[in-house]
Design a protein. Sequence first.
Length: 298
Amino acid sequence: MYYIILAFCYGISILPLWLLYLISDGLCFLVYNVLGYRRKVVLDNLRQAFPGKPEAEIRQLAKKFYRNLTDMMVETIKLLTMSRRSLVKRFDCDLSVLHQLYAQGKSCQLHLGHNFNWEWANLFCMQGVPYPFLVVFMPITNKAVNRMFIHFREKFGTKLIPANDMRNGMAPWVGKQYLLALVADQNPGNPRRSYWFPFLNRMTAFYKGPEMNARRFNIPVVFAHIKKVKRGYYKATLTLAFEEPRREPEGRITEAFVQYLEKRILEQPETWVWSHRRWKHEYHPQEDDLRPGEEEVS
């Protein structure tokens, strides 16, 4: 099954991007209007995040999101045959802060959200930094699809660390310099072992792991954001947020990231993944208040 899927994707990948975007337009109509893929989740999330927007604007924003979602799908498939030269033309980022940290002999944690197109960002960053580039990912249940995504993401040398086995995945890198990328807006499985902060008009749970790891090993934290300049073109921004995390009180690094992420989302909301069931957990103050030192990831 893996080879069948891979062969099919390769056949699509050789098509020029202008034709792939026509396919994306058709997929967008199918996914939003016919299949209604998670449409209720998307609309409910947008209504909660933008209570002042009229319904017509909410639905227009949803349609823009679905177009970006299907663009992401075809752009990811394009990676199978996309050259480094073509990627650099379409994705831009000043990586100097990472080079500076590397020259100082420091590792680095990169915290970012689910903004399109993180797959292109992965490969761009890999070929532009001196670090071994480690990316934490959540394995996909379907083994064939999971294997295909690993193939996409490791094309230029990225090392993937499964989120459900961080301890073993990070073991070979202890004592070495590395750049660790974490998509830090995932919905945590255990709300009672989470940090809770206001985010897009509701209390929201965030994993403790990224912050606890940075503070434990005093690894500088860089916040990253991807902006869609126009169709097929992206620009990422890197900001050194915390150079010495151990000096920060517990919860401060996560809180700063939440505020940073929300600001970036509000600037270009159609490029964030609204189809995630991000708010499955309800906030119960007496049970879910931040509890220092409950969880660490090594």
